[in-house]
Design a protein around this ligand. Structure first.
Ligand code: ATP
Ligand code: AMO
Length: 423
């Protein structure tokens, strides 16, 4: 016999007394199934029995006992209790049902995220999120990228002035960083490959299921590239490898809570913007070349391509007018850019950058931007800036689309949108 003494610490998610046995389910470690604590009236003292049979759901407890050789519980882990310490009891009825039997509203699960994390469905999503971030770090470090941290309090925006949050910086105007774009590019004049896992702050006023005012991104930048295809190859490999990693690490856990991962693509097709316009016009849209794709068009395109077995695709060679100043032009009106979409949701965008000083200055002027405001950035292009490119990827959106969830708030612990600044 190899029964082992042990301790379980966690929160009570259910209690049931059947005759002379009380079963207490305790959510303890980072798994989604509770430990069943079995308390036998004949094996414990009167005080322990009384604590067990009057246990309140939601309490924080420590249980000492033994892990038996033969497990009766269907949940897989069992502890035969010897002593119970109730560390903290709820002082009012929790706002969500901690047994998980009665569902609460979407907003309650966000307002009381810490309680929702005791429920398997929510726990599984945030474990998957942590695994995705863990893998991301490992993938880029292994591929020779230096992890960097760029400032989040900045003096200039990169993605358009309309979406900047302004901050008072000792009497001077500063902004919360929308993206590490300018900094990751400047670093290309000193380090060949960088990545950053970073918050994006964007004062976008609209409320959609895929926008937040604070989101998390993966920013990647690589020097000495031939063209944007070199960047797309890295992103393509990362997408396939991350789905495979999540499958291996959390696939079963997700299945248990009714979620499934998207299939890893064997390759990701590159479809040009012009081809996309043709597809959209062939399925009932009336879009002129040069127009932006609106949300509905993106969605229809996603459905059309998914039905053809292509849920993940690159859209390449956008008109330069539709892209930011830092993207390199291709010919007169195209750009060396790409977006990565999953089922109609833009997950990443990037491209080859303009690394030639004079052309970059022209690009800034063409977009009507102030050379003075960007002078610190342009300076870096005077000292041997190599050809480079990269992408920014929304990690929240990536996980949301990997799991087939319809609202970005499902994968963010404490989402920040126009109507939510607390908790
Ligand atoms: P996405 O293209 O998915 O929005 P993104 O963060 O790159 O991702 P932008 O390229 O800035 O966003 O978005 C394109 C533009 O689409 C937004 O700036 C915004 O003007 C517009 N937009 C998107 N959704 C909505 C919406 N629900 N209501 C109004 N405008 C929207
Ligand atoms: P872009 O503006 O397309 O590109 O942002 C990159 C990716 O970040 C995610 N994202 C968001 N996710 C949730 N809520 C938001 N408000 C939000 N805004 C952006 C999306 C988007 O594809 N500097 C460039 C990237 C580059 O060229 O390297 C940039 O920021 O998934």
């Amino acid at each position: 016999m190899s029964e082992k003494a042990g301790v379980v610490e966690g929160w009570v998610s259910n209690v049931k007394t059947v005759g002379k046995i009380t079963f207490i389910e305790v959510i303890d470690d980072l798994s989604i199934s509770p430990v069943t604590v079995v308390v036998k009236r004949d094996s414990v003292d009167a005080e322990t029995w009384s604590k067990a049979s009057s246990m309140k759901i939601g309490s924080a407890v420590r249980v000492e006992g033994v892990f038996p050789d033969i497990i009766v519980s269907r949940k897989g882990r069992e502890l035969q209790a010897k002593a119970i310490t109730v560390l903290s009891e709820p002082i009012e009825l929790p706002p969500i049902d901690l047994t998980g039997k009665t569902p609460a509203s979407f907003d309650l699960y966000v307002d009381f995220r810490y309680l929702a994390l005791r429920l398997p469905r929510f726990r599984a999503v945030f474990i998957a999120r942590a695994k995705l971030v863990e893998f991301t770090r490992e993938f880029f470090a292994k591929n020779g990228f230096l992890e960097v941290h760029t400032p989040k309090l900045v003096g200039a925006g990169a993605e358009g002035g309309a979406t900047l949050f302004t901050v008072d910086y000792f009497g001077q105007k500063a902004y919360l960083s929308q993206s590490p774009q300018l900094y990751k590019q400047m670093l290309m004049c000193g380090v060949p490959r960088v990545f950053e896992i970073t918050p994006y702050f964007r004062a976008e006023k609209f409320s959609t299921p895929r926008h937040l005012n604070e989101s998390w991104g993966l920013d990647v930048e690589m020097g000495f590239i031939e063209d944007e295809e070199d960047v797309m190859k890295v992103l393509e490999e990362f997408i396939g490898a991350s789905i495979n990693y999540l499958r291996m690490e959390v696939g079963d856990m997700l299945k248990t809570v009714g979620l499934s991962l998207i299939d890893p693509p064997s390759s990701i097709p590159r479809i040009t913007y012009s081809e996309i316009i043709d597809i959209l016009n062939s399925i009932g849209y009336n879009i002129q070349w040069g127009e932006d794709l609106d949300t509905q068009a993106e969605k229809s395109l996603g459905e059309y391509l998914s039905a053809k077995g292509t849920p993940i695709y690159f859209i390449t060679k956008y008109p330069w007018d539709a892209k930011p100043f830092y993207i390199m032009r291709e010919g007169d009106n195209l750009s060396k850019s790409f977006d990565l979409d999953i089922k109609g949701i833009e997950v990443a965008s990037g491209g080859q950058r303009e690394h030639r000083y004079h052309e970059l200055v022209q690009n800034l002027k063409a977009k009507g931007l102030s050379l003075e405001e960007f002078s610190f950035y342009i300076k870096a292009f005077m000292y041997g800036m190599p050809p480079h490119g990269g992408f920014g990827l929304g990690l929240d959106r990536l996980l949301m689309t990997f799991l087939g969830l319809s609202n970005i708030r499902e994968v963010v612990l404490f989402p920040r949108d126009r109507f939510r600044l607390i908790p």
